[in-house]
Design a protein around this ligand. Structure first.
Ligand code: F6R
Length: 253
């Protein structure tokens, strides 16, 4: 694990975008794992700007998103399908046939999870997975007490997650209670992982991910066991980390 601490949300996005762009320059047909939510928006904006200014080419790139709400159709503005189009895909030259998200409308969620896993494997696995983190240290929608061995599956959202995500809805009653999410195993099988976090409300989760015990109670703590993971934080999200951590290089930018 390594940590990059930046001085702003924009610079967190810039650092993350540099890593993603580097991945694509080195391997133009990269398979990316992507996240939704507020956190990666500055990274997506930066990547779109690099595409526009110097032609960063997404034409051979394949993407798999972490999750989708169950019962949410792609054309629903609150779906993650819609979010990705809006914030990223419509600004770059990715091919629609190379974009994958779990199908929240699938009748058989178990079969959909299996289909998604097979698709990821058929594309050669995920080269670089981008993650955000929940205030309860979830990654994807893998909530506390998750089974580390799970692959893409149906999850019931925590009350804390429902409250946090209610900002995107009229009220918390409208937030779906279930989602389909890549599992911890799916995430851990990615070749490289970057986890982004900004804001003081993420500081405890970041502390648990980096310094806490590896436990299903803090799903992100499993990343301590990944062979190549970088945490890209702003100062607020890094606020509870000690100045130095044995075996974890920290770069301040
Ligand atoms: C989103 C996802 C979630 C979010 C997390 C943080 O696809 O899988 O784990 O990354 O809930 O959300 P934001 O960035 O909105 O604080």
């Amino acid at each position: 694990m390594r940590i990059i601490i930046t001085d702003s949300y924009e610079n967190m996005g810039l650092e993350a975008a540099n890593i993603v762009a580097g991945q694509i320059y080195l391997k133009p047909d990269s398979v990316l794992g992507l996240a939704t939510g507020s956190t990666p928006v500055s990274m997506y904006q930066r990547l779109a700007a690099v595409h526009k200014s110097v032609g960063l080419d997404f034409s051979e790139v394949t993407t798999f998103n972490l999750d989708e709400y169950i019962g949410m159709a792609p054309e629903n503005p609150q779906s993650y399908h819609y979010f990705m189009q809006e914030y990223f895909f419509r600004h770059i030259n990715i091919r629609p046939e190379n974009v994958f998200l779990p199908d929240g409308m699938a009748d058989d969620v178990v079969a959909e999870g299996n289909r998604y896993e097979k698709l990821i494997a058929a594309k050669g696995g995920i080269d670089l997975q981008v993650l955000g983190i929940g205030q309860n240290a979830h990654i994807g929608f893998n909530e506390p007490d998750v089974k580390f061995a799970a692959t893409t599956h149906k999850v019931e959202l925590d009350e804390e997650t429902i409250q946090a995500n209610s900002r995107f809805f009229k009220n918390s009653d409208e937030v779906p209670r279930y989602a389909i999410s890549m599992g911890i195993k799916t995430i851990m099988m990615a070749e490289h992982v970057i986890l982004l976090a900004n804001g003081r409300n993420k500081a405890e989760a970041v502390y648990k991910a980096v310094c806490g015990d590896v436990t299903p109670e803090a799903p992100a703590s499993i990343l301590q066991l990944h062979r190549d993971v970088a945490l890209i934080l702003d100062r607020e999200a890094a606020a509870l980390l000690p100045a130095s951590i044995p075996g974890v290089p920290i770069r301040r930018k």
